[in-house]
Design a protein around this ligand. Structure first.
Ligand code: NAP
Ligand code: G3P
Length: 488
């Protein structure tokens, strides 16, 4: 039985082959809080040797894990979720410090993750294969039978982004494990400490040595080595489109699941409930200061109602509090000064090109006050680029066709929203939008987590969502029985 102690003071070690180890290089990375620059802790900067050891351990452990009955694997997964409850406050506290997530959002991320892990264990137990008889194809009869099962892929490399370091990590790790894969998990550097708790809870739950391994270190230093490693059987990545492209260019002939950036549009028709629409748009655009792939990142509104909608949006935005995560402010500091610089560039570009500033454009260090622009035009960067910050552009359109055209012109295709009381129109628009999901009369959002979640175009490859993630991290295996025709 290994000891499950993942930190000494505020230095965090990594779970590799069932033990909490320091990097062979002896190097560490200091993690500072985006809230006040205080030191949150130190993580290991792992070397290529550490990566080799982690992947080798994962490979060796996977076969026995795949042979473990699903009910036993599911029991460990359930146990991990129960153990996570014990750490709920501690993890939420680290999330507030490490990624400046507001208190209520941090708690909700942990609770959602606990539910996710339980649901994953239950789903896996209920998934079945299928039996296909030959006689449905011309020239064959019922003596030929294909028994189609799903089998694990092997070693899955899971890479997650900073904005949901716990939830978006668990939503890769739990389905991968329950399906019988082993995992090498690379958390975001800013977010590693929060994510490391997943190693701790799975360790306490009794995950066998080598089945879950963690590698920390800067993606720019060890990322390429990880994604091109010959013993990795699949990569499940969530993060920017830039790194997603890099992975798809470099990884070999292995399956990829990529959840990338977005530029989700809210299309607003004349007959919508304007109050509800404005509330949805503001929540959708400004939750976690806009640092969500599914944030509403542009509004395409019919000219006739644009003034009224803009006023209602501003009324809502005026109520948003700006401050510290522990005070549960709605707008908290962005993840870094660099991120705030980028958002400011987009704001400056919009102002220079004549957008009408309705509210905001105030900045102190990495705090950006919620900013709304009206009369945004297609020559402005904010019309197309993902700010990952609290800036919302309003683009006025003449008709539905123009709204669809502008929505589809984006390189991204994560989600879209349509606000209208006319379900026929909503449905017709939804069918034409080039996105993974269309929300009718609701902000764009991922949950509930058993729904399929996917991006098209530059927003991703493959589908997540509990059952879909399990399917994506397994493959079909067919065994064909050929019965004796004389006995039929
Ligand atoms: P990011 O910069 O792409 O980083 C994501 C992860 O990739 C991090 O763990 C990062 O490690 C790692 N990484 C960096 N370089 C790598 C390389 N060469 N090889 C392998 N891994 C590498 O994204 P982020 O800033 O954390 O997150 C924000 C982005 O994620 C936004 O674009 C957002 O839209 C997108 N996102 C998408 C979804 C979705 O489901 N569609 C959900 C959430 C976020 P380091 O931290 O060490 O650099
Ligand atoms: O940006 C991460 C993605 O998973 C969003 O989830 O619930 O904020 O839409 P949610």
């Amino acid at each position: 039985m290994f000891s499950c102690v993942f930190r000494e003071g505020n230095t965090y070690k990594n779970l590799v082959n069932g033990q909490w180890l320091e990097s062979k290089s002896g190097e560490r990375i200091k993690i500072y809080s985006p809230v006040d620059d205080s030191l949150v802790g130190e993580i290991q900067a792992q070397s290529k040797k550490d990566v080799d050891f982690a992947i080798d351990s994962a490979k060796k452990a996977q076969k026995a894990w795949a042979q473990t009955p699903i009910s036993e694997r599911a029991n460990i997964i359930h146990k991990a979720a129960r153990i996570m409850e014990k750490y709920e406050e501690e993890i939420a506290d680290i999330l507030m410090k490490e990624i400046a997530k507001s208190k209520s959002s941090a708690i909700s991320e942990v609770k959602r993750t606990i539910d996710f892990i339980h649901f994953t264990a239950e789903t896996a137990k209920r998934m079945t294969g299928e039996t296909i008889y030959g006689d449905s194809f011309p020239g064959f009869d019922k003596t030929k039978i294909s028994l189609v099962d799903r089998v694990p892929l092997g070693v899955i490399l899971c890479i997650s982004p900073f904005n949901y370091p716990v939830n978006l990590s668990a939503s890769k790790i739990a389905p991968a494990l329950v399906a019988g894969n082993s995992v090498v998990f690379k958390p975001p550097t800013q977010g590693s400490i929060s994510a490391m708790y997943l190693g701790q809870i799975f360790c306490e739950a009794g995950i066998p040595a080598g089945v879950l391994n963690i590698i920390t270190g800067k993606g720019s230093e060890i990322g390429d080595y990880l994604i091109t490693h010959p013993e990795i059987d699949m990569i499940n990545f969530t993060g920017s489109t830039e790194i997603g492209h890099r992975i798809s260019n470099k990884a070999g002939m292995i399956p990829l699941l990529l959840e990338l950036g977005g530029k989700d549009a809210a299309i607003v028709l004349e007959d919508c409930d304007l109050d509800e629409t404005a509330q949805n748009i503001v929540k959708g655009a400004f939750n976690y200061s806009g640092q969500r792939c599914t944030a509403v990142k542009r509004v395409l509104v019919m000219e006739e109602i644009a003034d009224e909608l803009a006023n209602k949006i501003v009324e809502q935005v005026e109520k948003l509090s700006v401050g510290k995560p522990e005070d549960d402010a709605q707008i908290t500091p962005l993840i870094s000064n660099k991120a705030a610089d980028f958002v400011q560039e987009l704001i400056d570009d919009a102002i220079e090109k004549g957008a009408k500033l309705l509210i905001g454009n105030k900045r102190e260090k990495n705090y950006i006050w919620p900013t709304v622009f009206d009369n945004v035009t297609e020559d402005m960067r904010i019309a197309w680029e993902e700010p990952f910050g609290p800036v919302l552009p309003i683009i006025r359109v003449k008709n539905i066709e123009e709204a669809i055209e502008i929505s589809n012109k984006s390189e991204y295709g994560l989600q879209g929203a349509v606000f209208t009381k006319n379900i026929d129109k909503a449905f017709a628009i939804a069918q034409k939008l080039e996105v993974g999901t269309v929300q009718i009369n609701n902000k764009t959002e991922r949950g509930p987590d058993h729904f399929p979640f996917l991006g098209v175009k530059a927003s991703g490859l493959g589908t997540q969502g509990i059952r879909y993630s399990i399917e994506a991290m397994t493959r079909s295996k067919a065994i064909v029985i050929n019965l004796d025709k004389d006995l039929q």
